[in-house]
Design a protein around this ligand. Structure first.
Ligand code: NDP
Length: 295
């Protein structure tokens, strides 16, 4: 181990926009930061700011007790970590994998790491690159509690909030998938709404303040509905599924009347009609969560 090992050193593998933001925050906090990326050149600005540019992933991981990996997905993570030379250099050290992928991939990577004597924590970043190093950054983690506690001081250099969600290694990815599901389905609805509004002569600018109002309805609903959903009750008081489908049908008709694909709304309407067909017309929209989960 080099004299720089320990809590004052960190390695970042993967220097896409997010990896560069992470490495930049580590540098700003004064940590000795070693960086490496598959394609050379992306480390240049970080090296100018004081980072150590390693010539290989093996050299990079050997420089620190903790390696933070942030690449596009776990195929890329495997390509970086699993060559024998890198795995050998990681033995007895720890990887925090902040690349996004599925809970199943997190579990298989953890099993591989355990088989090679490598400490492994999985995590996800829930906010954009601009938040890294600021109080607005949000990180979630899962894996061995002791390992998390040991490396938390280094992770704190990334700013924001860090939440350890449990020892089950797939848990951070499970949260990530669920939260991205909320995000992308909402964005798909928004993009579709913009197309329909535009066909009706309404600009995105004109719609924006009202769209914000609609968006603001959601956060309190997440809180209000949570206990009922967990307890198996799906009250439709004030907005039963029967009423929701009629509102959705208007969107489908307007959209298709303009020749605009209504697939996003048809999928949602289809789920609601299935729940009604199963006798849940008086329940609220979240009954769909239970119906979808039925085998
Ligand atoms: P990308 O998701 O585009 O990832 C780019 C990085 O992945 C580069 O370092 C690239 O290396 C590397 N990579 C891709 N394929 C391979 C491979 N086969 N072998 C080795 N390295 C590979 O950009 P980001 O940096 O933005 O994202 C990184 C991770 O962070 C992703 O999982 C993303 O979902 C997550 N994230 C990103 C956010 C953002 O705002 N950008 C927000 C929250 C999470 P090379 O330069 O050689 O191509």
């Amino acid at each position: 181990m080099s004299p720089h090992d320990g809590q004052s050193a960190v390695t970042v593998l993967g220097l896409g926009p997010m990896g560069r933001a992470l490495a930049g925050a580590f540098l700003d906090s004064g940590l000795r930061t070693t960086v490496w990326n598959r394609t050379p050149g992306r480390e240049r600005e970080l090296v100018e700011r004081g980072a150590i540019g390693a010539r290989s992933a093996q050299e990079a991981v050997a420089a620190s007790a903790l390696t933070v990996l942030c690449v596009v997905d776990y195929d890329a993570a495997d390509a970086v970590l699993r060559p024998d030379a890198v795995a050998g250099a990681l033995k007895g050290r720890t990887v925090v994998n902040l690349s996004a992928d599925t809970p199943a991939r997190a579990r298989s990577t953890a099993a591989w790491a355990a088989g090679h004597g490598i400490g492994y924590l999985d995590g996800a970043i829930m906010t954009p690159t601009t938040t890294i190093g600021t109080p607005a950054a949000v990180f979630i983690h899962s894996g061995p509690q002791g390992l998390y506690r040991e490396h938390r001081p280094v992770l704190d250099a990334l700013g924001g909030t860090h939440t350890h969600l449990g020892e089950e290694i797939g848990r951070a990815a499970a949260y990530d998938i669920a939260l991205l599901d909320v995000f992308w389905t909402a964005m798909a609805g928004y993009a579709h709404a913009l197309a329909v509004a535009r066909a009706e002569g309404v600009t995105a600018r004109e719609l924006a303040p009202f769209a914000q109002g609609i968006g603001a309805i959601l956060p309190p609903l997440f809180e209000q509905l949570a206990e009922g959903v967990d307890g198996g009750s799906f009250s439709g008081e004030g907005n039963p599924l029967t009423s929701a489908v009629s509102s959705m049908a208007h969107i489908v008709h307007t959209s298709e009347g303009h020749g605009i694909d209504a697939g996003v709304m048809r999928a949602a309407e289809g789920m609601a009609r299935r729940a009604i067909g199963l006798g849940h017309g008086e329940d609220g929209f979240v009954r769909i969560a239970e119906v979808l989960g039925r085998r």
